[in-house]
Design a protein around this ligand. Sequence first.
Ligand code: C5P
Length: 239
Amino acid sequence: MEEKPGKKLIVALDTSEELRVRELVARLDGQVDFFKVGLEQYLASRGKVLDFLSSRGKGIFLDLKFHDIPNTMAAAARQAVAAGVWMFNLHITGREALQWVVEAVVDETAKRGGEQPLLIGVTVLTSLAEQDLSELGIELTAEELVVKRALLAREVGLNGVVASAREARKIKEACGRDFLTVCPGIRPDWSVKGDQKRVLSPAAALKNGADYLVIGRAITRAEQPEQAVEMIIKEMEGI
Ligand code: C5P
């Protein structure tokens, strides 16, 4: 069965203010089930935002982008399971680190019970241009590198990758329909673009193969966030 459009929406809680988080989650109750917590809010709340969101029955996308040696990654992954997050991400570094994380997550979930979190890989940060890659000694284009890393992630057992919605179709073609694409850089036509340059509208992103849309400012900075969500969901339903 197709999932409801609202279930494909993840709202990014990019703020350092606890009160703003509480207000947003309360105002969007009944509309949004999933929230993304990044470094800023995680540190500002000293991690407490996770308990807050869990107590409100919300699914947490923990966006801390783990990147470390296999043992440290696996240990952190166990803590993500312990925290009950719905989804978390890690850089697609080397095969071994990914394997350790997958094994740790399976094992820790079996011990604790409950749903296994979705494991989402970070392929190439969109802030890196071709020239940056070349300076780093990488001779592939960004797109080639994204697909190569996505294929490795799938092979090792990750559930999907973070990707620009413009890349989503390519990733699906390479990795299969079930491999998830979690896509930021979404701007409804009526919202301000801000610092995001290569944006897609929610409808265009879904059409291009995005499974989950990560949207921050278009909702969190709207005067009426609940209205913004309603308009976005309407647009998503129109697909
Ligand atoms: O406010 P906005 O909708 O641009 O927020 C998008 C969210 O997705 C932010 O939390 C941002 O850090 C994240 N993100 C992004 N572009 C990427 C990767 C992550 O905007 N390439």
